[in-house]
Design a protein around this ligand. Structure first.
Ligand code: OGA
Ligand code: NI
Length: 357
């Protein structure tokens, strides 16, 4: 019986092994079209990246004068309607706790491969430990390993895929997810207020059974960072993504006005970017940015992304107050955008283009 492409690749050397051995990346990892540049390169412009103090958005916000809150809401609107992302400080999560999340992530990826394989992603599934889902033999592969876990709804957790080693992984992730939920709820409300909408306009569309998916990313160093990418250019399918970056190593870049802009490391900040579903709900006012990850010659990098999505059975739609004669509806109402996204991934299509009116 012919092997599936995914099985063929899993039989060859892993990215981590190639990294340790200092191998040249094989052809199916090489990005063909353009020079990439590495994380240390001065080339991508380092324009000021928006930093927002989101303590202004927590309720009750009465400790701040109204003018200050309005100013921060204006900054939020500007950031989300231009680059589609910002760095959040004032989120109320301690730096020492963020370091714990990074530590358990690093500890997991440092385990022997046989230990990590206990949590291996099955072919054609999205949850578990592994590399890219392979859908075509022409696919260029990412220089990374990842662990993907459903975190919410809580009763959908598949604990057989949650590492038991390090021993505190589960507890820390459980606590982190709850803390991030508080942050995202506050940001959804602030997003609505920044557009003069009723504050639950976005939050309501997520529903009680909203999804939160965690993706732990591990990017080994690479002998040729100019040839491969940690993650190829993409937009997130989520409503909103909260990314905890590595404490020291840069790598994430966002496409702003057709230029790749580095997202600097701010150890105590969370990077918040919008996903496609929020672009739909905001009728295109807020942007789901194209982003990618470059690799590094010497240093490995980790990150933890939490993707927040409306419950799949909810039909999401442009909020009423954002549609009028001057701004017609841009996207049709959609259910289960995750499935649309995956179908497009298989066909090499841009998911948002397929739901445009
Ligand atoms: C992702 C992603 C960025 C990073 O996982 O979708 O864009 O810095 N990650 O790891
Ligand atoms: Ni992403």
């Amino acid at each position: 019986m012919a092997l599936l492409a995914e099985e063929v690749v899993s039989l060859s050397k892993s990215v981590q092994e190639m990294s340790v051995d200092g191998d040249e990346p094989p052809s199916h990892y090489i990005v063909k079209d353009s020079f990439i540049g590495s994380a240390d390169d001065p080339s991508p412009s380092l324009c000021p990246f928006p930093i927002l103090d989101i303590s202004h958005f927590s309720s009750p916000s009465s400790s701040f004068p109204e003018t200050e809150v309005d100013k921060e809401l204006e900054k939020l609107k500007l950031a989300l309607s231009s680059s589609g992302c910002f760095q959040a400080i004032g989120h109320g999560i301690s730096s020492s706790f963020l370091d714990k999340v990074r530590d358990v992530t690093k500890q997991f990826f440092a385990l022997p491969e046989t230990e990590k394989q206990k949590y291996a992603r099955a072919v054609n599934e999205s949850e578990g430990y592994g590399s890219d889902r392979i859908v075509s033999d022409k696919q260029v592969l990412d220089w990374s390993h990842r662990l993907t876990l459903r975190v919410f709804p809580e009763d959908k957790r598949r604990f057989n895929l949650w590492p038991e080693n390090p021993y505190d992984f589960r507890d820390i992730m459980d606590e982190y997810a709850l803390k991030i939920k508080v942050v995202t709820d506050a940001v959804f409300k602030a997003m609505a207020r920044s557009l003069n909408l009723e504050e639950n306009s976005f939050l309501n569309q997520f529903g009680d059974q909203a999804l939160m998916q965690a993706r732990f990313n591990f990017y080994p160093s690479c002998s040729r960072p100019d040839l491969v990418l940690g993650v190829k250019p993409h937009t997130d399918r989520s409503g909103i993504t909260v990314l905890l970056q590595d404490r020291e190593v840069e790598g994430l870049q966002v496409l702003v006005d057709d230029k790749w802009v580095k997202v600097p490391v701010i150890p105590h900040a969370l990077v918040i970017n919008l996903g496609d579903q929020m672009q739909i709900m905001s009728n295109g006012i807020f942007k789901s940015p194209v982003h990618r990850v470059v690799t590094n010659l010497e240093k490995l990098r980790i990150s933890v992304a939490l993707f927040n999505e409306p419950e799949p059975e909810n039909e999401i739609r442009a909020v009423d107050g954002l549609v009028d004669e001057n701004r017609p509806r841009l996207y049709r109402n959609v259910k289960n955008y995750g499935a649309i996204n995956y179908e497009c991934y298989q066909k090499g299509m841009i998911p948002l283009d397929t739901v445009r009116i």
